[in-house]
Design a protein around this ligand. Structure first.
Ligand SMILES: [Zn+2]
Ligand SMILES: [Zn+2]
Length: 352
């Protein structure tokens, strides 16, 4: 019950008077370093924009159907239907401060629809959009973003429990919000349709978490491993809490994902520092530049050739192995018990 108290203290409540649920604050679209955003409501919906003690409504087919959000003099310049507001930050919600559909565009790049409450501020010359969304919406969105088509439902359910556990226990990786929408935290795009496999996997495991000694575990996952998973210590990451184990992964052992890359000597030296070195190289050259931390290195013509196996850090749930287990008939509980020995699967207490 210790973690029940922690959860009650640390979770904000969404909705005003409606059924309350656990929420997470996710920084979105940061990869685009946005200078300008537009915001619209769902067709038939409306958004209440609050900024600098002023309010306005964004509604389809009204004089204010699309809100423009720009940086101006270190703050925000909001304009819609001829009205302009200058503010240091803004908030967008439904009329009663509740979650609503948020259609956000980075002009010329993309448009995404989120469900939640939006805050926008300016930091280091960029707009920082933060969506506070229901935990279950966030879980379904990650399952959708993390999985390819054809993955059996039991593997998706295992992913849903892992992602939910991470959202509940893994906060604190960012200062302005709880999680980003990249693989640094958990890759997340739009919420999936309710009839999608990802949404079904989240709904079928609603509220279930991995716990160890009665505390939720910030569970890690990897795309594929080298035939066995690794511990954080093995890849040079400091770790406390759940003691990860190196467990055998039959599917990857029989069908390893092998890769070859060329890197500079300087990058090879960085890579010798373990996972943090790989992350540093990935931030600069892209996340596929060195797919995993399990490789051999040899010099050739002033460059270094890496020959490796696996995708990702190799710790925790192996997505490819989970798929293999599900195809062989395992259910999500068996998959989770395999990749996380000594773990319990417990229900998240509801917000009273
Ligand atoms: Zn992050
Ligand atoms: Zn594996």
């Amino acid at each position: 019950m210790r973690w029940l108290c922690a959860l009650l203290l640390s979770f904000s409540l969404a909705g005003a008077g409606r059924s309350q649920e656990h929420t997470v604050r996710i920084g979105v679209l940061g990869i685009f370093h946005p200078q300008e955003l537009t915001l619209a409501a769902d067709p038939g919906g409306e958004l209440l924009i609050s900024a600098a003690n002023q309010g306005l409504f964004v509604r389809a087919r009204s004089s204010c159907s699309i809100l423009s959000i720009r940086i101006s003099g270190g703050g925000l310049a909001l304009s819609c239907g001829g009205k302009e507001i200058r503010a240091t930050g803004m908030r967008a919600s439904g009329r009663n401060q509740q979650s609503a559909g948020l259609v956000i565009s980075v002009p010329g790049k993309l448009k995404r629809r989120y469900e939640g409450i939006l805050e926008v501020k300016v930091k280091n010359g960029e707009l920082v959009p933060i969506v506070t969304m229901g935990l279950e919406t966030a879980v379904a969105s990650v399952v959708q973003a993390e999985t390819s088509t054809g993955v059996p439902l039991e593997a998706l359910k295992a992913q849903a429990v892992v992602s939910r556990s991470y959202f509940v226990a893994g906060r604190g990786r960012h200062t302005d919000f709880d999680f980003c929408d990249l693989t640094h935290c958990q890759f997340l795009r739009e919420a999936p349709a309710s009839e999608s496999a990802a949404a079904k996997a989240a709904a079928a495991t609603q509220g279930l978490l991995l716990t160890y000694e009665d505390k939720p575990v910030a569970a890690m996952f990897t795309r594929s491993c080298s035939g066995h998973t690794r511990t954080p210590e093995e890849i040079g990451l400091p770790w406390s809490g759940y003691p990860y184990f190196s467990v055998a992964c039959d599917f990857c052992y029989q069908n390893p994902v092998r890769w070859t890359r060329k890197v500079s000597r300087a990058d090879a030296a960085l890579l010798s520092r373990g996972e943090n070195g790989r992350l540093a190289v990935g931030r600069r050259l892209g996340w596929d530049a060195v797919p995993s931390n399990n490789f051999t290195a040899r010099e050739e013509g002033g460059e270094v050739i890496l020959e490796g196996v696996g995708q990702g850090h190799g710790v925790g749930l192996c997505q490819r192995g989970a798929r293999g287990m599900a195809e062989a008939g395992a259910d999500f509980r068996a998959i989770l018990q395999h990749y996380f020995p000594n773990i319990k699967i417990q229900e998240l207490p509801s917000v009273p």
